[in-house]
Design a protein around this ligand. Structure first.
Ligand SMILES: C[S@@+](CC[C@H](N)C(=O)[O-])C[C@H]1O[C@@H](n2cnc3c(N)ncnc32)[C@H](O)[C@@H]1O
Length: 248
C-alpha cells in the first residue's frame, strides 16, 4: 500500500544533496523525495529484498530518474563512510528492524554535520475507524510475517515514536502528524476499489500454503477483517514525521 503521497507538501522546503533512503522497498518514498525535494544530487535507496529493489529500479527507469539508484544493503550494517550523505531518510520501516536503535545511529553516523534527518512511521493509536482498517491490516500482515520468522512488529504507538524522535539528538527538530487530509485529491473512505483491493490482499495471504494457514484463527481473523473494511471503509493511517539536522 503506497503512502508516498503522504509527505510531498513538506519536502518542497528542503534541498536533499546526496540522499540515502534506508529500507526503501520498491522505492515509493525515494520517488516522493525525487519528485518533491527542492533539489537533489542523487538518491540512493537500500533494502535487503532483491525483488523489491528490482521493482524500484524498473520504476526509476520508467520515470527517467537516472539519479535515483537502488542497492542491496542491510540497514543494520550500513557500511557507508562517515558523514558521506547530506540527507538520510527512513519511511515506515523501523518496525521491520531487529534493532531500530542500531539503524538510527548508523544513519546518524553517515550523515554530515548539519545534514537533514527525516523519519516517517505510521502509528496504531488515535486513528479513525477507516484508518483502523489500515492499522488492523498491517497488524495481520505483521503477525503472519512473525509466524514465518520474518522480523515485522505491529506499528508503534504515537507516544513511542515521539519519545524515539526526541532521542535522536537533532537540532531544529520538528515533529508533526501527516495524514490522509494532506493528500490531494482527497480519498473517499468508502471507495469500493480501495476496499476490495484490501479484501483481495487478505484473501491472497490466506490462500498462501504456509504454516499459519493450518491455524484457523487466521482464517477467522481474515474474515473479520474483510467485514470491518466493508463496514468502515479505508483511509491511510496517520504517520508521525520527524525532520531535524545533525548538530555540528
Ligand atoms: C514497509 S517496507 C518499505 C517502505 C518504503 N520505505 C516506503 O516508505 O515506501 C519495509 C522494507 O524494509 C526492508 N527491510 C527489512 N529489514 C531490513 C534491513 N535489515 N535492511 C534493509 N532493509 C530492510 C524490507 O525488505 C521492506 O522492503
Amino acid at each position: 500500500m503506497s503512502q508516498g503521497g503522504l509527505l510531498p507538501h513538506v519536502l518542497t522546503a528542503f534541498s536533499g544533496g546526496r540522499v540515502l533512503d534506508v529500507a526503501t522497498g520498491h522505492g515509493d518514498f525515494a520517488f516522493a523525495l525525487a519528485r518533491n525535494l527542492a533539489g537533489y544530487d542523487e538518491i540512493i535507496g537500500i533494502d535487503t529484498n532483491e525483488k523489491e529493489l528490482e521493482t524500484a529500479r524498473e520504476a526509476a527507469k520508467q520515470q527517467l530518474l537516472n539519479r535515483v539508484r537502488f542497492f542491496a544493503r542491510d540497514a543494520e550494517e550500513l557500511g557507508f563512510e562517515d558523514a558521506s550523505f547530506d540527507t538520510v531518510t527512513i519511511s515506515n520501516s523501523l518496525h521491520h528492524m531487529k534493532s531500530p536503535g542500531t539503524v538510527l545511529s548508523g544513519m546518524r553516523r553517515v550523515l554530515r554535520p548539519g545534514g537533514l534527518f527525516i523519519v516517517r512511521e505510521m502509528y496504531r493509536d488515535k486513528q479513525n475507524k477507516a484508518q483502523m482498517s489500515h492499522v488492523l491490516f498491517h497488524t495481520f500482515r505483521a503477525d503472519i510475517d512473525t509466524l514465518k520468522g520474518i522480523t515485522h512488529r505491529k506499528s508503534y504507538l504515537r507516544d513511542e515514536l515521539y519519545q524515539m524522535y526526541q532521542g535522536l539528538g537533532l537540532s531544529s527538530l520538528e515533529v508533526f502528524d501527516v495524514g490522509p487530509e494532506d493528500i490531494e485529491p482527497p480519498i473517499d473512505p468508502m471507495d469500493n476499489d480501495n476496499i476490495e483491493h484490501l479484501v483481495q490482499m487478505v484473501d491472497t495471504m490466506l490462500e498462501h500454503p504456509a504454516d499459519y494457514n493450518r491455524d484457523q484463527t487466521f482464517k477467522v481473523r481474515g474474515q473479520e477483517l474483510k467485514n470491518y473494511f466493508r463496514t468502515n471503509g479505508f483511509l491511510p493511517a496517520t504517520s508521525l514525521v520527524a525532520i531535524g539536522r545533525k548538530p555540528g
